[in-house]
Design a protein around this ligand. Sequence first.
Ligand code: NAI
Ligand code: MG
Length: 354
Amino acid sequence: MSSYEIAVLPGDGIGGEVMPEALRVLDAVAGEYGTSFTFRHFDWSCETYRETGRMMPEDGLDRLRDHDSILLGAVGYPGVPDHVSLWGLLLPIRREFDQYVNLRPVRLLPGVTPPVRDKQPGDIDFWVVRENTEGEYSRLGGRQGEGTPAEMVLQTAVFTRHGTDRILRYAFEFAERIGKPHVTSGTKSNGIYHSMPYWDERFRAIAAEHPDVAVDQDHIDILCARFVMSPERFDVVVASNLFGDILSDLGPGVTGTIGVAPSGNINPERRFPSTFEPVHGSAPDIAGRGIANPIGQIWSAAMMLDHLGEQEAGAHVVRAIESVLAAGAVRTPDLGGTASTEDLGKAIAAEITG
Ligand code: NAI
Ligand code: MG
Protein backbone atom coordinates (compact mmCIF):
# COMPACT_ATOMS: atom_id res chain seq x y z
CA MET A 1 0.00 0.00 0.00
CA SER A 2 1.40 3.39 -0.94
CA SER A 3 1.22 6.11 1.65
CA TYR A 4 1.96 9.79 1.31
CA GLU A 5 2.73 12.63 3.67
CA ILE A 6 1.02 15.78 2.52
CA ALA A 7 1.66 19.26 3.89
CA VAL A 8 -1.71 21.03 4.05
CA LEU A 9 -1.73 24.86 4.06
CA PRO A 10 -5.30 26.19 3.82
CA GLY A 11 -4.06 29.80 4.10
CA ASP A 12 -6.62 32.59 4.17
CA GLY A 13 -10.29 33.27 3.52
CA ILE A 14 -12.12 30.56 1.58
CA GLY A 15 -8.90 28.49 1.65
CA GLY A 16 -10.03 27.17 5.03
CA GLU A 17 -13.47 26.32 3.59
CA VAL A 18 -12.49 24.55 0.37
CA MET A 19 -9.52 22.62 1.80
CA PRO A 20 -11.58 20.24 4.02
CA GLU A 21 -13.57 19.23 0.91
CA ALA A 22 -10.38 18.34 -0.98
CA LEU A 23 -9.19 16.26 2.00
CA ARG A 24 -12.61 14.58 2.17
CA VAL A 25 -12.34 13.61 -1.52
CA LEU A 26 -8.73 12.42 -1.09
CA ASP A 27 -9.79 10.19 1.80
CA ALA A 28 -12.69 8.84 -0.30
CA VAL A 29 -10.45 7.99 -3.25
CA ALA A 30 -7.72 6.58 -0.98
CA GLY A 31 -10.22 4.01 0.28
CA GLU A 32 -10.92 2.91 -3.29
CA TYR A 33 -7.27 2.56 -4.34
CA GLY A 34 -5.60 1.22 -1.21
CA THR A 35 -3.62 4.41 -0.74
CA SER A 36 -3.24 6.35 2.49
CA PHE A 37 -2.52 9.95 3.26
CA THR A 38 -1.09 11.57 6.35
CA PHE A 39 -2.09 15.22 6.36
CA ARG A 40 0.17 17.62 8.29
CA HIS A 41 -1.62 20.89 8.86
CA PHE A 42 0.18 24.24 8.84
CA ASP A 43 -1.88 27.29 9.77
CA TRP A 44 0.48 29.80 8.08
CA SER A 45 -1.55 32.74 6.86
CA CYS A 46 -2.11 36.47 7.09
CA GLU A 47 -3.38 35.82 10.61
CA THR A 48 0.01 34.31 11.52
CA TYR A 49 1.58 37.42 10.01
CA ARG A 50 -0.47 39.73 12.21
CA GLU A 51 0.52 37.73 15.31
CA THR A 52 4.20 37.07 14.54
CA GLY A 53 5.23 39.48 11.79
CA ARG A 54 6.00 36.51 9.51
CA MET A 55 3.90 34.54 7.04
CA MET A 56 5.76 31.39 8.05
CA PRO A 57 8.37 30.56 10.69
CA GLU A 58 12.04 31.08 9.85
CA ASP A 59 12.53 27.33 9.31
CA GLY A 60 9.24 27.06 7.39
CA LEU A 61 10.70 25.72 4.15
CA ASP A 62 12.69 23.09 6.05
CA ARG A 63 9.51 21.92 7.72
CA LEU A 64 7.86 21.44 4.32
CA ARG A 65 10.83 19.94 2.49
CA ASP A 66 10.35 16.29 3.38
CA HIS A 67 6.69 16.02 2.40
CA ASP A 68 5.61 14.16 -0.72
CA SER A 69 3.52 17.14 -1.78
CA ILE A 70 2.12 20.43 -0.65
CA LEU A 71 -1.57 21.21 -0.95
CA LEU A 72 -2.27 24.91 -0.69
CA GLY A 73 -5.50 26.90 -0.45
CA ALA A 74 -5.06 30.60 -1.03
CA VAL A 75 -2.88 33.23 0.51
CA GLY A 76 -3.69 36.90 0.99
CA TYR A 77 -6.24 38.88 2.94
CA PRO A 78 -7.23 42.53 3.41
CA GLY A 79 -5.07 44.05 6.14
CA VAL A 80 -1.82 42.54 4.89
CA PRO A 81 -0.42 43.94 1.61
CA ASP A 82 -0.57 41.34 -1.18
CA HIS A 83 3.14 41.60 -1.99
CA VAL A 84 3.93 40.82 1.67
CA SER A 85 1.76 37.68 1.75
CA LEU A 86 2.93 36.52 -1.68
CA TRP A 87 6.68 37.06 -1.14
CA GLY A 88 6.39 35.77 2.46
CA LEU A 89 5.00 32.33 1.64
CA LEU A 90 4.04 31.38 -1.89
CA LEU A 91 7.01 32.68 -3.87
CA PRO A 92 9.68 31.33 -1.49
CA ILE A 93 8.05 27.89 -1.80
CA ARG A 94 7.94 28.07 -5.63
CA ARG A 95 11.51 29.31 -5.95
CA GLU A 96 13.32 27.44 -3.18
CA PHE A 97 11.69 24.18 -4.27
CA ASP A 98 12.49 24.95 -7.93
CA GLN A 99 8.88 24.45 -9.01
CA TYR A 100 9.67 25.76 -12.45
CA VAL A 101 6.56 24.45 -14.17
CA ASN A 102 3.21 26.06 -13.55
CA LEU A 103 0.73 23.64 -15.10
CA ARG A 104 -2.90 24.60 -15.54
CA PRO A 105 -5.69 22.79 -17.34
CA VAL A 106 -8.33 24.73 -19.26
CA ARG A 107 -11.40 22.57 -19.67
CA LEU A 108 -15.07 23.35 -20.17
CA LEU A 109 -16.85 21.16 -17.62
CA PRO A 110 -20.32 19.70 -18.15
CA GLY A 111 -23.16 21.71 -16.65
CA VAL A 112 -21.21 24.98 -16.77
CA THR A 113 -22.39 27.64 -19.21
CA PRO A 114 -19.38 29.39 -20.75
CA PRO A 115 -19.44 33.10 -21.59
CA VAL A 116 -18.41 32.04 -25.10
CA ARG A 117 -21.57 30.76 -26.78
CA ASP A 118 -22.01 27.42 -28.52
CA LYS A 119 -19.10 25.60 -26.91
CA GLN A 120 -19.59 22.11 -25.51
CA PRO A 121 -17.47 20.08 -23.09
CA GLY A 122 -14.69 18.60 -25.22
CA ASP A 123 -14.41 21.75 -27.35
CA ILE A 124 -12.31 23.46 -24.70
CA ASP A 125 -9.78 21.07 -23.20
CA PHE A 126 -6.14 22.12 -23.14
CA TRP A 127 -3.24 22.84 -20.78
CA VAL A 128 -1.15 25.93 -20.17
CA VAL A 129 2.49 25.28 -19.25
CA ARG A 130 3.89 28.45 -17.72
CA GLU A 131 7.55 29.07 -16.91
CA ASN A 132 7.54 29.75 -13.17
CA THR A 133 11.01 30.96 -12.10
CA GLU A 134 12.53 33.53 -14.51
CA GLY A 135 11.57 35.48 -17.64
CA GLU A 136 9.91 38.85 -17.23
CA TYR A 137 9.50 38.41 -13.45
CA SER A 138 12.94 39.44 -12.32
CA ARG A 139 14.37 41.90 -9.85
CA LEU A 140 17.03 43.10 -12.29
CA GLY A 141 16.90 46.72 -13.29
CA GLY A 142 16.82 50.03 -11.54
CA ARG A 143 15.91 53.68 -11.50
CA GLN A 144 17.95 56.75 -12.07
CA GLY A 145 17.32 60.45 -12.13
CA GLU A 146 14.38 60.04 -9.79
CA GLY A 147 12.21 63.12 -9.55
CA THR A 148 13.96 64.84 -12.46
CA PRO A 149 12.74 65.19 -16.05
CA ALA A 150 15.38 62.57 -16.92
CA GLU A 151 13.81 59.96 -14.63
CA MET A 152 14.17 56.49 -16.09
CA VAL A 153 13.39 52.92 -15.10
CA LEU A 154 14.86 49.73 -16.49
CA GLN A 155 13.36 46.28 -15.91
CA THR A 156 15.29 43.37 -17.36
CA ALA A 157 13.83 40.04 -18.43
CA VAL A 158 15.98 36.95 -17.94
CA PHE A 159 15.91 33.96 -20.30
CA THR A 160 18.60 31.41 -19.52
CA ARG A 161 19.33 28.44 -21.75
CA HIS A 162 18.76 26.19 -18.73
CA GLY A 163 15.43 27.79 -17.79
CA THR A 164 14.12 28.08 -21.35
CA ASP A 165 15.04 24.60 -22.47
CA ARG A 166 13.65 22.85 -19.41
CA ILE A 167 10.20 24.43 -19.64
CA LEU A 168 9.97 23.80 -23.39
CA ARG A 169 11.12 20.21 -22.93
CA TYR A 170 8.55 19.71 -20.16
CA ALA A 171 5.79 20.93 -22.51
CA PHE A 172 6.78 18.48 -25.26
CA GLU A 173 7.14 15.55 -22.88
CA PHE A 174 3.85 16.42 -21.21
CA ALA A 175 2.05 16.58 -24.59
CA GLU A 176 3.41 13.12 -25.41
CA ARG A 177 2.45 11.77 -22.00
CA ILE A 178 -1.19 12.90 -22.19
CA GLY A 179 -1.52 11.63 -25.76
CA LYS A 180 -2.05 15.05 -27.34
CA PRO A 181 1.16 15.53 -29.32
CA HIS A 182 0.66 19.16 -30.26
CA VAL A 183 2.41 22.14 -28.66
CA THR A 184 1.70 25.83 -29.28
CA SER A 185 4.32 28.37 -28.25
CA GLY A 186 3.33 31.85 -27.09
CA THR A 187 5.81 34.39 -28.42
CA LYS A 188 6.24 38.03 -29.40
CA SER A 189 9.36 37.87 -31.50
CA ASN A 190 8.14 40.61 -33.80
CA GLY A 191 8.18 43.28 -31.10
CA ILE A 192 10.61 42.01 -28.48
CA TYR A 193 14.01 42.06 -30.08
CA HIS A 194 16.26 39.74 -28.04
CA SER A 195 14.46 37.42 -25.67
CA MET A 196 11.56 36.26 -27.83
CA PRO A 197 13.61 35.41 -30.94
CA TYR A 198 15.78 33.41 -28.52
CA TRP A 199 12.67 31.69 -27.13
CA ASP A 200 11.61 30.82 -30.73
CA GLU A 201 15.10 29.49 -31.51
CA ARG A 202 15.06 27.20 -28.47
CA PHE A 203 11.48 26.16 -29.28
CA ARG A 204 12.65 24.99 -32.71
CA ALA A 205 15.63 23.19 -31.18
CA ILE A 206 13.54 21.33 -28.61
CA ALA A 207 10.86 20.61 -31.23
CA ALA A 208 13.55 18.90 -33.32
CA GLU A 209 14.06 16.45 -30.43
CA HIS A 210 10.34 15.55 -30.67
CA PRO A 211 9.57 15.03 -34.37
CA ASP A 212 6.32 13.24 -33.47
CA VAL A 213 4.86 16.36 -31.87
CA ALA A 214 3.04 18.90 -34.06
CA VAL A 215 4.03 22.50 -33.34
CA ASP A 216 2.81 25.98 -33.99
CA GLN A 217 3.48 29.37 -32.54
CA ASP A 218 1.40 32.48 -32.16
CA HIS A 219 2.28 35.96 -31.09
CA ILE A 220 0.76 36.62 -27.70
CA ASP A 221 -1.79 39.13 -29.00
CA ILE A 222 -3.45 36.84 -31.55
CA LEU A 223 -2.99 33.92 -29.15
CA CYS A 224 -5.22 35.75 -26.64
CA ALA A 225 -7.82 36.36 -29.33
CA ARG A 226 -7.72 32.69 -30.36
CA PHE A 227 -8.23 31.51 -26.76
CA VAL A 228 -11.63 33.20 -27.05
CA MET A 229 -12.46 32.70 -30.74
CA SER A 230 -11.21 29.16 -31.36
CA PRO A 231 -10.19 27.46 -28.09
CA GLU A 232 -10.68 24.03 -29.69
CA ARG A 233 -7.42 24.45 -31.63
CA PHE A 234 -5.19 24.09 -28.51
CA ASP A 235 -3.78 21.05 -26.71
CA VAL A 236 -0.67 22.22 -24.82
CA VAL A 237 0.34 25.89 -24.79
CA VAL A 238 3.81 26.79 -23.49
CA ALA A 239 4.75 30.34 -22.56
CA SER A 240 7.13 32.50 -20.57
CA ASN A 241 6.35 33.60 -17.02
CA LEU A 242 4.41 36.77 -17.91
CA PHE A 243 2.65 35.47 -21.01
CA GLY A 244 1.81 32.22 -19.21
CA ASP A 245 0.43 34.11 -16.22
CA ILE A 246 -1.98 36.02 -18.45
CA LEU A 247 -2.97 33.00 -20.56
CA SER A 248 -3.60 30.81 -17.53
CA ASP A 249 -6.21 33.26 -16.18
CA LEU A 250 -7.71 33.95 -19.59
CA GLY A 251 -8.22 30.22 -20.22
CA PRO A 252 -10.33 29.47 -17.11
CA GLY A 253 -12.12 32.79 -17.68
CA VAL A 254 -13.28 31.49 -21.06
CA THR A 255 -14.62 28.32 -19.39
CA GLY A 256 -16.97 30.25 -17.13
CA THR A 257 -15.84 30.25 -13.48
CA ILE A 258 -12.54 30.71 -11.75
CA GLY A 259 -13.88 28.58 -8.86
CA VAL A 260 -13.15 25.30 -10.65
CA ALA A 261 -9.64 26.00 -11.98
CA PRO A 262 -6.69 24.06 -10.48
CA SER A 263 -2.93 24.35 -10.87
CA GLY A 264 0.31 22.59 -10.10
CA ASN A 265 3.66 24.23 -9.30
CA ILE A 266 5.84 21.35 -10.28
CA ASN A 267 9.45 20.34 -9.72
CA PRO A 268 9.57 17.62 -12.40
CA GLU A 269 12.85 16.14 -11.12
CA ARG A 270 11.17 15.58 -7.73
CA ARG A 271 14.14 16.93 -5.83
CA PHE A 272 11.58 18.95 -3.88
CA PRO A 273 7.87 18.63 -3.15
CA SER A 274 5.52 20.22 -5.68
CA THR A 275 2.63 22.47 -4.68
CA PHE A 276 -0.96 22.07 -5.87
CA GLU A 277 -3.38 24.96 -5.43
CA PRO A 278 -6.52 26.39 -7.00
CA VAL A 279 -6.05 29.31 -9.39
CA HIS A 280 -8.37 31.49 -7.32
CA GLY A 281 -7.45 33.53 -4.26
CA SER A 282 -8.95 33.84 -0.77
CA ALA A 283 -12.15 35.55 -2.00
CA PRO A 284 -12.69 37.90 0.98
CA ASP A 285 -16.03 38.98 -0.55
CA ILE A 286 -17.60 35.55 0.08
CA ALA A 287 -15.36 34.16 2.85
CA GLY A 288 -17.08 32.85 5.99
CA ARG A 289 -20.38 32.06 4.26
CA GLY A 290 -19.68 28.45 3.24
CA ILE A 291 -20.61 29.06 -0.41
CA ALA A 292 -17.22 28.91 -2.15
CA ASN A 293 -16.89 26.37 -4.94
CA PRO A 294 -14.50 23.63 -3.71
CA ILE A 295 -13.84 22.16 -7.17
CA GLY A 296 -10.66 24.20 -7.85
CA GLN A 297 -9.20 22.78 -4.64
CA ILE A 298 -10.47 19.25 -5.30
CA TRP A 299 -9.18 19.20 -8.89
CA SER A 300 -5.81 20.48 -7.55
CA ALA A 301 -5.79 17.42 -5.27
CA ALA A 302 -6.48 15.27 -8.36
CA MET A 303 -3.46 16.83 -10.12
CA MET A 304 -1.44 16.02 -7.00
CA LEU A 305 -2.53 12.37 -7.20
CA ASP A 306 -1.43 12.29 -10.83
CA HIS A 307 1.97 13.72 -9.91
CA LEU A 308 2.38 11.20 -7.07
CA GLY A 309 1.94 8.38 -9.57
CA GLU A 310 -1.68 7.66 -8.63
CA GLN A 311 -2.98 8.45 -12.13
CA GLU A 312 -6.04 6.23 -11.88
CA ALA A 313 -7.12 7.78 -8.60
CA GLY A 314 -6.60 11.27 -10.04
CA ALA A 315 -8.65 10.49 -13.14
CA HIS A 316 -11.35 9.02 -10.90
CA VAL A 317 -11.63 12.30 -8.97
CA VAL A 318 -11.91 14.31 -12.22
CA ARG A 319 -14.64 11.95 -13.49
CA ALA A 320 -16.52 12.36 -10.20
CA ILE A 321 -16.34 16.16 -10.53
CA GLU A 322 -17.68 15.91 -14.09
CA SER A 323 -20.50 13.52 -13.13
CA VAL A 324 -21.71 15.69 -10.27
CA LEU A 325 -21.65 18.81 -12.45
CA ALA A 326 -23.39 17.03 -15.34
CA ALA A 327 -26.15 15.80 -13.00
CA GLY A 328 -26.61 19.43 -12.03
CA ALA A 329 -28.43 18.93 -8.70
CA VAL A 330 -25.60 20.18 -6.47
CA ARG A 331 -24.13 23.51 -7.52
CA THR A 332 -22.61 26.38 -5.59
CA PRO A 333 -23.86 29.94 -6.29
CA ASP A 334 -21.03 30.74 -8.77
CA LEU A 335 -22.54 27.96 -10.94
CA GLY A 336 -26.06 29.29 -10.49
CA GLY A 337 -27.07 26.94 -7.64
CA THR A 338 -27.72 27.16 -3.91
CA ALA A 339 -25.52 24.34 -2.57
CA SER A 340 -22.89 24.95 0.09
CA THR A 341 -19.18 24.24 -0.19
CA GLU A 342 -19.70 21.16 1.98
CA ASP A 343 -22.71 19.90 -0.05
CA LEU A 344 -20.64 19.92 -3.23
CA GLY A 345 -17.58 18.34 -1.57
CA LYS A 346 -19.74 15.59 -0.08
CA ALA A 347 -21.51 14.95 -3.39
CA ILE A 348 -18.15 14.44 -5.15
CA ALA A 349 -16.84 12.19 -2.37
CA ALA A 350 -20.08 10.15 -2.50
CA GLU A 351 -19.78 9.83 -6.28
CA ILE A 352 -16.37 8.22 -5.73
CA THR A 353 -17.34 5.78 -3.01
CA GLY A 354 -20.58 4.95 -4.86
P1 NAI B 1 -10.05 35.89 -5.81
O1 NAI B 1 -9.79 34.74 -6.71
O2 NAI B 1 -9.89 35.65 -4.36
O3 NAI B 1 -11.56 36.39 -6.08
C1 NAI B 1 -11.99 36.89 -7.34
C2 NAI B 1 -13.51 36.72 -7.49
O4 NAI B 1 -13.78 35.32 -7.73
C3 NAI B 1 -14.28 37.08 -6.23
O5 NAI B 1 -15.51 37.68 -6.60
C4 NAI B 1 -14.54 35.75 -5.55
O6 NAI B 1 -15.70 35.71 -4.77
C5 NAI B 1 -14.65 34.80 -6.74
N1 NAI B 1 -14.17 33.45 -6.36
C6 NAI B 1 -12.87 33.08 -6.18
N2 NAI B 1 -12.80 31.80 -5.82
C7 NAI B 1 -14.08 31.32 -5.78
C8 NAI B 1 -14.65 30.06 -5.47
N3 NAI B 1 -13.90 29.00 -5.12
N4 NAI B 1 -16.00 29.95 -5.53
C9 NAI B 1 -16.78 30.98 -5.88
N5 NAI B 1 -16.29 32.20 -6.19
C10 NAI B 1 -14.96 32.38 -6.14
O7 NAI B 1 -9.12 37.10 -6.28
P2 NAI B 1 -8.87 38.55 -5.63
O8 NAI B 1 -10.16 39.07 -5.09
O9 NAI B 1 -8.13 39.30 -6.65
O10 NAI B 1 -7.86 38.30 -4.43
C11 NAI B 1 -8.24 38.15 -3.06
C12 NAI B 1 -7.01 37.81 -2.26
O11 NAI B 1 -6.49 36.55 -2.68
C13 NAI B 1 -5.85 38.81 -2.42
O12 NAI B 1 -5.23 38.97 -1.15
C14 NAI B 1 -4.92 38.13 -3.40
O13 NAI B 1 -3.58 38.51 -3.27
C15 NAI B 1 -5.11 36.68 -3.02
N6 NAI B 1 -4.80 35.76 -4.13
C16 NAI B 1 -4.05 34.66 -3.82
C17 NAI B 1 -3.75 33.73 -4.77
C18 NAI B 1 -2.97 32.54 -4.34
O14 NAI B 1 -2.90 32.20 -3.18
N7 NAI B 1 -2.36 31.85 -5.29
C19 NAI B 1 -4.19 33.88 -6.16
C20 NAI B 1 -5.02 35.04 -6.38
C21 NAI B 1 -5.30 35.95 -5.40
MG1 MG C 1 -2.09 35.04 -12.00
